[in-house]
Design a protein around this ligand. Structure first.
Ligand code: NAD
Length: 488
């Protein structure tokens, strides 16, 4: 059955569907970045809430800044913005149609998005625009107001092109109209994502008008959040499983693990959906949770990604079945990552790590090594390099993380150990590839990427460990290098 509102009733009985009338929903949240994660996470929590008969004026309106998002929008438009979410692990597979999104504005049409942002019904603007979407200077971890796209938006406030420019224009409209500003809620994997988002909007406003910047700082809320659910990209494989096993034809379904978590700070300008009813944890300070998640889970993903990539391993669960990759993950987590993570209320870091090993090993969700290898230039500075920095500051060694960095560097050369070509897999691929080629003879070239490594790149002891690891990877390959590391 083709997915659509009118076909909901005729879907196979095994597929759960909204228990609320879509016609009763009202838009309350505008979301930038309608990708897979958003549809597996926030949209599912809202769907749960609506199913309880609660919060029906918090429906989602999609938005995006790139023309490239039109294709996804078209797919969703043809199925009345419905998405099938399939949860899978070894013992379990279930499918549900979610209906929390009721509209999706034309991507790239800033004027229409700003108009919607001026609507008092929109009380929250949420974001999953990837780690690279925030214009952060990795060395300082702060917003980079000199980025050309930001400078352009500051010059032409009426016709912005970045998410931050559009949000600011929406806030300016609300201020002029005397409407309470909306809350800006980031759901990206970035340490202190709320603060980083505030830095972006306030930083851009400062280029325009100090008074406006002060107003944004004082009146807009930017809660921090920790978000978690492993959600791979959708391929033909997923569409086919859904059609074969559940009889649903969905042009853009989402597959994910059963696990999900959302820890959120309770700071909103104009109310929020009662998400605590559907499992969201509200806490005064998200930082311990996000440190744990970003370092142990996202850092762990990075640790398995590059060795597996160099060994031509396709799926993440296959990487976890390779003793060298699993062993590397286990050792680097135990010796170097977990010891840098401060305690988290009511949580054992050991248990948290055990659960992650299990989640990474889930053979059903079809997460790919290539997805984990993506965008190292934006991810390493958030997931790995701060851990290294903490260790060096404490006078501790970071041999395992130096090897992780070397594996990433070696991967960016663009070939695996077998000689297979790695297609570009980073928004800054050309630069990464050229720097990796240079680093083959002169490892210091890699660490000299100041915007990525910052002070870590200036540590002599780290440079020595990195050079040794990279040299071993080139001479002996990933297998032999990991074998030696694990024996040490
Ligand atoms: P995706 O590629 O499916 O979606 C990303 C969306 O962001 C797309 O709509 C894209 O057009 C948009 N985007 C990219 N760069 C942008 C920019 N500079 N400005 C504005 N929009 C931009 O990816 P996804 O799997 O949905 O993941 C998105 C983000 O969600 C991740 O980067 C991460 O921060 C967070 N997240 C993902 C997962 C996961 O397992 N997929 C888990 C936790 C958190």
């Amino acid at each position: 059955t083709k997915l659509s509102l009118s076909n909901l009733a005729s879907l196979p009985a095994t597929v759960a569907r909204p228990r609320y009338g879509r016609e009763n929903l009202k838009a309350g949240i505008l979301h930038f970045g309608v990708g897979n994660f958003h549809r597996a996470h926030q949209a599912v929590y809202l769907d749960d809430l609506f199913n309880l008969g609660l919060g029906h004026d918090w429906a989602l309106v999609g938005a995006g800044v790139f023309e490239g998002e039109k294709a996804g929008r078209e797919k969703l438009a043809r199925q009345d913005w419905l998405t099938t979410v399939v949860e899978q692990d070894e013992g379990h597979m279930s499918a549900r149609v979610t209906g929390a999104m009721i509209d999706f504005l034309t991507p790239g049409n800033a004027a229409a998005i700003i108009e919607k942002l001026a609507d008092p019904g929109i009380k929250i603007v949420s974001l999953t625009i990837t780690e690279g979407g925030y214009f952060i200077d990795p060395a300082s971890g702060r917003f980079d107001p000199t980025h050309p796209d930001i400078v352009a938006d500051a010059k032409d406030v009426a016709a912005p092109r970045t998410v931050f420019g559009i949000i600011l224009a929406g806030l300016v409209r609300r201020r002029a109209d005397g409407i309470v500003p909306f809350t800006v809620m980031s759901c990206d994997n970035i340490p202190h994502n709320g603060r980083v988002t505030a830095d972006g909007v306030v930083g851009l406003a400062r280029l325009v008008d100090e008074d406006l910047a002060a107003w944004v700082r004082d009146t807009v809320a930017f809660p921090n959040a920790m978000v978690d659910r492993i959600t791979p990209a959708t391929s033909e494989r997923e569409r086919k499983i859904l059609a074969d096993d559940f009889g649903v034809e969905d042009a853009w379904p989402v597959f994910c693990e059963p696990f999900r978590q959302w820890v959120l700070e309770d700071r909103f300008t104009d109310g929020r959906p009662p998400l605590e009813k559907v499992g969201v944890q509200f806490v005064p300070d998200v930082s311990p949770y996000e440190q744990m998640k970003i370092r142990i889970l996202n850092g762990g993903h990075a640790a398995i990604a590059y060795p597996a990539g160099l060994m031509d391993i396709h799926f993440v669960h296959e990487a976890m079945a390779e003793p060298l990759v699993r062993g590397f993950l286990e050792k680097v987590e135990r010796e170097e990552i977990i010891p840098t993570v401060p305690p988290v209320p009511d949580t054992s870091l050991q248990d948290y790590y055990q659960l992650i090993e299990k989640r990474f090993s889930n053979p059903k969700i079809g997460d790919t090594v290539r997805r984990l290898c993506l965008d190292g230039s934006n991810r390493q500075p958030k997931f790995i390099i701060p851990t290294i920095a903490d260790r060096l500051k404490a006078g501790k060694d970071a041999a395992g993380l130096a090897l992780e960095s070397a594996l990433w560097c070696r991967y960016c050369f663009g070939t695996t150990d077998s000689g297979a070509v790695i297609e570009p897999n980073d928004p800054n691929w050309d630069r990464m590839q050229a720097t990796s080629a240079k680093a083959k003879d002169d490892p210091s070239a890699w660490l000299a990427m100041e915007d990525i490594y910052g002070e870590v790149g200036r540590s002599a002891s780290f440079a020595a460990a990195f050079a040794k690891a990279l040299d071993a990877l080139w001479k002996d390959g990933a297998r032999a290098t990991l074998t030696r590391y694990l024996a040490g």
